[in-house]
Each structure stands twice: as structure tokens, then as C-alpha cells.
Design a protein around this ligand. Structure first.
Ligand SMILES: Cc1cc2nc3c(=O)[nH]c(=O)nc-3n(C[C@H](O)[C@H](O)[C@H](O)COP(=O)(O)OP(=O)(O)OC[C@H]3O[C@@H](n4cnc5c(N)ncnc54)[C@H](O)[C@@H]3O)c2cc1C
Length: 462
């Protein structure tokens, strides 16, 4: 059997695409209109409807719920949040620690709601293990470990090569850092379960309904317009396709492969009984999970950005990206050299100019948005949704400020990306620098690599 390329994602090949919901029937009114049916939009609908059951909430989705990154991701439900260090600089260390603590708690929140709503998303709470494979990666790992600890993660553990191998046998590993604040899940089972839970609460979802323009109190679609005091943009990597948003968040690609199910002898040789989500310390890092049905699903950056903020076609990815991911797989686990790759796919995530996730409600217009999670959105979308709920409750006089509305990522402002071709050139240069640095590190040259990558980070505004 050859590799299936695209088809949105392996998760859909496994779990099936959902039966379509009706498009918007014409002009309607609502109390809250949510644009985008991924984790951000659906969690927001969920928490708002739970908090204020009489609210009339409409979700508009261009394709079907979970069509975007929420149906394609690596299933790392973890406590990472893009921009924490910058928020520490802007608002002080204590504020960033509160943000980190909120993220730590979010992992448990998602797991708890899955249990309450009977969403079986193959959740396994094994934490996150990040490994180092070279002296340069080990130096970064130690710095990373120290930084996370300084932000309050006192339960994080550092392992040497041998202790790491007791958990998972990655070839060439020299150390690792583990946090309990993470779980593996099946992205599509979560997004489907969430959409069903939201509908059961009485939220209306219209699919096959692309919004062409968002303006105060209006979401415009080819089927009609939704008028609502609050219109929330939850379109992450697709945001550039909306009128006036071309340079707001850059759509960054991430690609994945899923192997055939491994047999018992292969798992015996690898270990990984704890089913931690697995990552490394390369500049162009990889991420992986052991799936519930015994495969390895592994991702990385691939071709990072397409000219003009183009997005992929139903998840199709480039052959060279599939090969690059397979190379990582066999570098980590050489015994899997002959293993079949059943599926390859890609998706887009949203990257703001300063690489900081944000959640915003503009009180003067009633427009809100959340995203820019830069690849750490599975848990962050949940925190963003609860924060949007609190911001709307506060704005509509139903409650005062809360701990969530006081977090430093709320109402953060950032400038737009440069026009093309600068945008494209900037991202290509940055990733070429990262790949070059990773290559030199893998061949034992460590002296200049960090300087090059740090410079690339500075240039890119990271
Ligand atoms: C390959 C890949 C792997 C990843 N792995 C991880 C991971 O392991 N852990 C992690 O934390 N994060 C990961 N991420 C990031 C994470 O998946 C996203 O940050 C998160 O899913 C974003 O959710 P969202 O709802 O904001 O956006 P999306 O899930 O992209 O949802 C946006 C929705 O809006 C719809 N839409 C777009 N335009 C319009 C429009 N004009 N009108 C109406 N609807 C519209 C889309 O069809 C889509 O359904 C990964 C991302 C990718 C692509």
C-alpha cells in the first residue's frame, strides 16, 4: 500500500469525515456569532453557552468543524504557550508565571471536560518528553529546563541518557526534560466530540458557510449575513483569506506522517510505554506521539510558508517533506527503516508578527479574536475560549474582571506582517538558517549554530 497524501489528515482517514451540517439559511440575528469551527470557536461556544444558557450563539464554518489545524495536529495537549517570555518582558515575570499556571491547569481542564461530556479522544496523560541528540541540543535543553522551572514548573524532571532510554530508546539521545503537564490525544475525536457537545447545548452550527468579511456586528457570507453584537474571529491559520486580514497572521505550514501500526517486537525495541508526547531540541523541531492504535505519528515544519499566504489543498504535502519526516523517524528509530508510512498530510497554523498568542475583545466594536498560537494551540485554544467568555460577560455587564481577563496576553496589540515578497523572503531565510544550524549541529559543529539561529530569531521578531 502506498502513502495516502492529504485527505485532510490521517485522523480523518481513521475516524471518518463528519456528515455535513446545513449552511446558513439566509440573513439571521444572534447574540454571538463565532467564525470558524475549530477548537477556538467550539470551545468558546461551549463555555459561553454553559455560562449564559439563554444566549443565541451561531457558529459559521467554511468547510466542516475540524477542517483546519484542529483536525490535523499532532495531538500534543500540553502547557506550552507562544510568547510567554515576551509577555514576561512586557508585563513582568509574575504576570507571565500566572499565564503559565493557567496553561498548566488547562491540560487538566480539557481532560476533565472530555470525561464530563463523554468525549473519548484517546487521551493518555503521560506528560511531554523533550530529548536532546547533540551537545548543542543538550545545552539548549538545559537552558529550556531552567527557564521552565523559573516559570514555576517545579515538577519538571531532567534525565540523563540512560534514564531517558528507560522511557524511550531514541538513537543518539544524550538527555531529556519531562513535564507532567501534557497528554496525548486524537485531534479529530476531540473536535468531533466538542462539536456534538456544543450542539447538544443548543448552539447552532452552519457548515459549508465561508465568511467573506467580518465587520462590527456583521459576519457576511454568500448565503446571507449574521447580525450580532459580538462577532468572534476564530480562524487562526486561515485568517489571511478574510477581507482586510491578509497581513494579520502568517499561515505557517506544519506536516505530519503516520506509520503503519508497529508490531510488539518493534514496540519492545522502542519502549515508550508511558506514551509521553515526544519532541526534540532542534531549531526546526519535530513532534511525535504513540497513537492509541500503535502507530507513530510524527511531524515537523516541512515547507514552512507559501508565497502570498496560500494554504494547502485539503492537507496535501510535498513529497520532499514526506521524505524529510521519514528521515527523522529512521534517525530516531533506525530499526523502523522498512516501516510503511500510511499517511502524510499538512495544515496551517497562525503566526503573529511577534510570535505571541493573543485573545482580544474590542469593546468599542464587539469584535473579538483569539489565536496566533504558533503551533501550540491544542490547550491554548481552551484557555483562550474561557477568556473570551469572561471578556464578553464582563463587557455585557454580567460579571466583573476575572483572573483570566487579567492575564498578560489579553488585548495584546501587534503590528502586521510585511507585504510580499518580504514576508516570503523573511520566513525562507529564517528556516534556511534553522536547517543549516541543525545540519551543522548534527555533524558536530556547535560553535556558531546558536548565534545563527538566535540572529534568525531576532530578525524574525521571535
Ligand atoms: C500539522 C499540525 C500539527 C500541530 N500539532 C500541534 C500539537 O501537537 N499541539 C498543539 O498544541 N498544537 C498543534 N498544532 C496547532 C493547533 O492545531 C492549532 O493551534 C489549533 O488547532 C488552532 O485551532 P483554531 O480553532 O484556532 O484554528 P483551526 O483549527 O485552524 O480552525 C479554524 C477553522 O476556521 C475555518 N475557517 C477559516 N476561514 C473561514 C472563513 N472565512 N469563514 C468560516 N470559517 C472559516 C476553517 O475551516 C477551520 O475549521 C498543530 C498544527 C498543525 C497544522
Amino acid at each position: 500500500m502506498s502513502t495516502v497524501n492529504g485527505g485532510i489528515s490521517f485522523w480523518y482517514a481513521q475516524d471518518g469525515t463528519p456528515a455535513p451540517r446545513e449552511p446558513l439559511p439566509g440573513d439571521i440575528s444572534a447574540d454571538v456569532c463565532i467564525v470558524g469551527g475549530g477548537y477556538t470557536g467550539l470551545w468558546t461556544a461551549y463555555y459561553l453557552k454553559k455560562a449564559v444558557p439563554f444566549l443565541n450563539i451561531t457558529v459559521l464554518e467554511a468547510k466542516f468543524c475540524g477542517y483546519g489545524a484542529s483536525g490535523r495536529n499532532g495531538g500534543w495537549l500540553y502547557n506550552g504557550i507562544a510568547g510567554r517570555d515576551r509577555y514576561a518582558k512586557l508585563h513582568g515575570h509574575e504576570a507571565a508565571v500566572r499565564l503559565q499556571q493557567a496553561m498548566n491547569a488547562t491540560v487538566g481542564e480539557v481532560v476533565d471536560v472530555c470525561e464530563q461530556e463523554k468525549i473519548d479522544a484517546d487521551v493518555h496523560r503521560g506528560g511531554v518528553l523533550e530529548v536532546a541528540l547533540s551537545p548543542a541540543q543538550l545545552a539548549r535543553l538545559k537552558a529550556f529546563h531552567a527557564a521552565e522551572t523559573a516559570f514555576g514548573e517545579t515538577d519538571r524532571e531532567m534525565y540523563g541518557a540512560r534514564e531517558t532510554a528507560d522511557r524511550i530508546r531514541v538513537t543518539g539521545v544524550v538527555g531529556s526534560s519531562w513535564t507532567p503537564h501534557g497528554a496525548r490525544l486524537h485531534p479529530v475525536k476531540l473536535v468531533k466530540g466538542l462539536a456534538a457537545a456544543v450542539e447538544a447545548l443548543g448552539v447552532t452550527i452552519h457548515e459549508s458557510t465561508p465568511v467573506t468579511e467580518i465587520k462590527p456586528k456583521h459576519a457576511v457570507t454568500p448565503y446571507g449575513t449574521v447580525r450580532a453584537p459580538y462577532v468572534l474571529r476564530c480562524t487562526e491559520g486561515f485568517t489571511a483569506s478574510l477581507t482586510g486580514q491578509r497581513r494579520t497572521w502568517l499561515p505557517m505550514n506544519s506536516s505530519m506522517i503516520a506509520t503503519e501500526p508497529l508490531d510488539d517486537a518493534q514496540w519492545e525495541s522502542i519502549g515508550w510505554d508511558g506514551r509521553e508526547t515526544l519532541g526534540d531540541m532542534a531549531h526546526a523541531y519535530m513532534y511525535a506521539q504513540r497513537t492509541a492504535d500503535g502507530r507513530i505519528a510524527l511531524g515537523g515544519r516541512g515547507v514552512p510558508y507559501r508565497f502570498g499566504s496560500k494554504t494547502d489543498n485539503d492537507g496535501r504535502t510535498q513529497p520532499q517533506t514526506i521524505e524529510a519526516l521519514r528521515d527523522i523517524l529512521t534517525r530516531f528509530f533506525p530499526q523502523l527503516a522498512g516501516v510503511r508510512v500510511d499517511h502524510a498530510w499538512s495544515g496551517v497554523l497562525g503566526v503573529p508578527r511577534d510570535w505571541c498568542a493573543t485573545v482580544t475583545l474590542d469593546r468599542s466594536t464587539g469584535l473579538g479574536w483569539a489565536g496566533g498560537y504558533v503551533g501550540s494551540g491544542v490547550a491554548t485554544a481552551n484557555l483562550a475560549a474561557r477568556t473570551l467568555r469572561d471578556l464578553i460577560k464582563e463587557d455585557s455587564g454580567q460579571s466583573g474582571p476575572t483572573d483570566l481577563t487579567a492575564l498578560p496576553w489579553v488585548n495584546h496589540k501587534v503590528r502586521k506582517w510585511e507585504p510580499e515578497p518580504l514576508r516570503w523572503l523573511g520566513v525562507q531565510t529564517m528556516y534556511a538558517a534553522f536547517r543549516g544550524a541543525d545540519h551543522r549541529e548534527s555533524t558536530g559543529h556547535t560553535a556558531t549554530t546558536d548565534r545563527v539561529a538566535v540572529l534568525a530569531n531576532r530578525l524574525s521578531g521571535r
